[in-house]
Design a protein around this ligand. Structure first.
Ligand code: 6R9
Length: 658
């Protein structure tokens, strides 16, 4: 039995079931009938979901799928995403309702923003962006800490129909530059810095650097709008840089939002693919907002009058886009937004926030849950978590023990856990329990949501029988699906639609298994994409970074199972002859190099300097063997290797932890 099969066999022995709480089931937003209704008439179902939004002009056609895989949803409809997320709640008399309970990292640095205040801020920022030359269709890059201005910036762009591309603040200047160049961002919105683990961490220098690098590629950034957050010293280029407080604070809070076509681009989010170059996933307005709002309403059983919601993601990831900004705000929720890390200044920070703000719906990642398990239950037990009603999980498979701990220790055994499978590309949750309907199985994402049709198929695209594994595919288009890879339609078709071209299925890149009852267990990527703490990293991207170091001849990167982060980056490196043994600091040098090229999250857990890499006769690196070494297993079958003795050399090489 292979390792994956063993894991699967263990998983499928899992027979614990958690029924929905009776009261929740009785008052659930979505009931079991929704599955049948959606299956009977998917377009009518999605049209009803789109009615959650305010449209300035109704659509003429729900779906135009005449040129697959290029979908158009709500054809002819017009709307403004920012109006839907902010203004309409104010117009409906809910202006005094808190939109954001913001909790900054320095203790006591907190602020509440009502919907009316948010509306004024967004309008001012939109007016300021117009003054800086931003027009409908222009791209704006956002590189910010988790402060309210980050959300204001996103919504101001949406209001103008200027697609934003938010780059995670932990990414390096190089990564930022390549994204700025790829989407041709005209303006960058940033801050001097943000707070992390008690210290001010700079952002502006990376923007300066990225602007220079973009210029080397022939791309000019016209303006950089800078929020003063930490007060740290920054270089200021009078021709380009503009302080937020100089141009936004004094701007008019009157701005009439224009309605854009349902298919008008809303944002580009870069994500790792199997090749070195990140893919700019393009989402458009009407379908995306419909998907985000509907799933947030359904999966969190959202009762906007009474619930307080908190998603711990960063806005630099798709989860922050769909489940901090667009879904929750379109639904008019009160939510917590926080800056910093879970365990600073104290390990119980998150639990204190939940108890302070009476959070009822909570959404986080398995990697965080595992790190809390390690600290022990004494930490959460010191806080009153009785306000919690539903717990969500996203980003990677949640192992049954973490699921049960989450439900038991954090949820007091009352709360359903919704394990939500989706991707940057899908825009919104796709496979998940419904908290008022589904009897949850720890470790399973369970069932496609009403309106979504997913399958597990074999090599030929045929559904596998219950009890078997295969490729996870989506069989019909859905409103929040990506529309293309920015500037590269061919790559879009090749990457997602060519594996099962005949059937016209979207292939997600994940493997999954159907259990005896047909419930879906997502197993993780079947391609060269790693998942480290819920963050997608490409093996090729890190290999390319390593190879760009002058001492490196060749490298191979694998994702090895890690008890804390799910997977961890393990790099094998062959040095150039002239580099000798690389010198005493070679490991640190290489590790720092990856850090500056991509960012701290890509830093390998281990770097091994090896004399050779195992390759097949056709020259393909045998990553399976390298994963075996990285995970401390005996190297199995090496028959297909061009030179079997290589594995002995590699296993003997000293592993060095970075
Ligand atoms: C939302 C998000 C997508 C990849 C996806 C899969 C993994 C996400 C999961 C899950 C198992 C879940 N993934 N949620 N695997 N169970 N509930 O994470 O988007 O960053 O694009 O990552 O994450 O491998 O393909 P993204």
């Amino acid at each position: 039995m292979s390792d994956t099969e063993q894991t699967l066999a263990n998983l499928l022995k899992e027979d614990r079931r958690f029924e929905p709480p009776a009261e929740l089931a009785a008052n659930a937003n979505v009931t079991a009938e929704a599955y049948d209704a959606a299956a009977a008439d998917p377009e009518a179902f999605w049209a009803a979901q789109a009615e959650r939004l305010s449209w300035s002009q109704p659509w003429e056609q729900v779906l135009d799928w005449s040129e697959p895989p290029f979908a158009k949803w709500f054809v002819g409809g017009k709307l403004n995403a920012a109006y839907n997320c902010v203004d309409r709640h104010v117009e409906a008399g809910r202006g005094d309702k808190v939109a954001l309970h913001w909790v900054g990292e320095p203790e006591g640095d907190a602020r509440d923003l009502t919907y009316a205040e948010l509306q004024a801020e967004v309008a001012k920022a939109a007016n300021a962006l117009i003054d800086l030359g931003v027009r409908t269709g222009d791209r704006v890059a956002i590189y910010m800490p988790m402060i309210p201005e980050a959300i204001v910036a996103m919504l101001a762009c949406a209001r103008l129909g200027a697609p934003h591309t938010v780059v995670f603040g932990g990414f390096s200047a190089d990564a930022l530059a390549s994204r700025i160049v790829d989407c041709g961002a005209k303006v960058v919105i940033t801050a001097d810095g943000g707070y992390r683990r008690g210290a001010a961490s700079a952002l502006k220098p990376a923007v300066d650097d990225a602007r220079g690098k973009a210029a080397e590629h022939g791309h000019t950034v016209d303006k950089v709008l800078v929020v003063r957050r930490t007060g740290q010293e920054v270089a200021f280029d009078e021709g380009t840089d503009v302080w937020w407080h100089d141009v936004v604070d004094g701007a008019s809070s009157e701005h009439t939002p224009e309605a854009f076509d349902a298919e008008h681009p809303l944002y580009v989010m870069y994500t790792s693919g199997t090749t070195g170059k990140p893919k700019g996933i393009l989402h458009t307005t009407g379908g995306y907002l419909t998907g985000a709002a509907y799933t947030h309403h359904a999966v969190f059983d959202l009762k906007p009058e009474t619930d307080v919601y908190w998603c711990t993601a960063d806005i630099g990831w798709v989860t922050g886009h769909s489940y901090i900004v667009y879904g929750p705000l379109a639904n008019g929720v009160t939510q917590v937004l926080y800056e910093g890390t879970p365990d600073h200044p104290e390990p119980g920070r998150w639990w204190k926030i939940i108890s302070d703000y009476k959070v009822s719906l909570f959404y986080t990642a398995p990697t965080a849950i595992r790190s809390f398990m390690k600290q022990g239950r004494e930490v959460p037990d010191r806080h009153d978590l009785s306000s919690l009603r539903i717990l969500g999980s996203v980003g990677e498979p949640i192992n049954p023990e973490a699921y049960v701990w989450y439900r038991h220790v954090i949820g007091g055994d009352r709360t359903p856990v919704v394990d939500t499978w989706w991707q940057t590309e899908t825009g919104a949750m796709m496979i998940s329990p419904l908290p008022g309907v589904t009897a949850g199985k720890p470790g399973s994402a369970m069932t496609p949501l009403p309106g979504i049709t997913a399958e597990v198929v074999d090599e030929d695209g045929n559904p596998v029988p219950n009890g078997s594994g295969g490729y996870l595919v989506v069989t019909e288009p859905w409103p929040s699906m990506l529309r293309t890879i920015y500037g590269d339609d061919k790559r879009f078709v090749d990457t997602y639609w060519s594996r099962f071209r005949k059937q016209g299925y979207y292939f997600a890149g994940d493997g999954a298994k159907k259990d005896d009852e047909g419930h879906i267990w997502v197993l993780g990527r079947v391609d060269d994409v790693m998942n480290v703490s819920g963050h997608r990293l490409s093996t090729t991207e890190i290999e390319s970074a390593l190879i760009s170091h002058p001492k490196v001849a060749e490298s191979a990167v694998v994702g090895a199972t890690d008890p804390d982060t799910g997977q961890a980056v393990v790099a094998y490196v062959i040095l150039r002859d002239e580099a000798g043994d690389g010198g005493p600091d070679i490991i640190k040098e290489l590790s720092d190099h990856v850090r500056t090229q991509i960012g701290p999250i890509a830093k390998p857990r281990q770097i091994m300097i090896v004399p050779e890499l195992p390759k097949t006769r056709s020259g393909k690196i045998m990553r399976r063997l390298l994963r075996d070494v990285a995970e401390g297993r005996d190297v199995g079958d090496t028959q297909t290797l061009a030179d079997a003795s290589i594995m002995e050399l590699i296993s003997a090489s000293k592993a060095t932890t970075t």
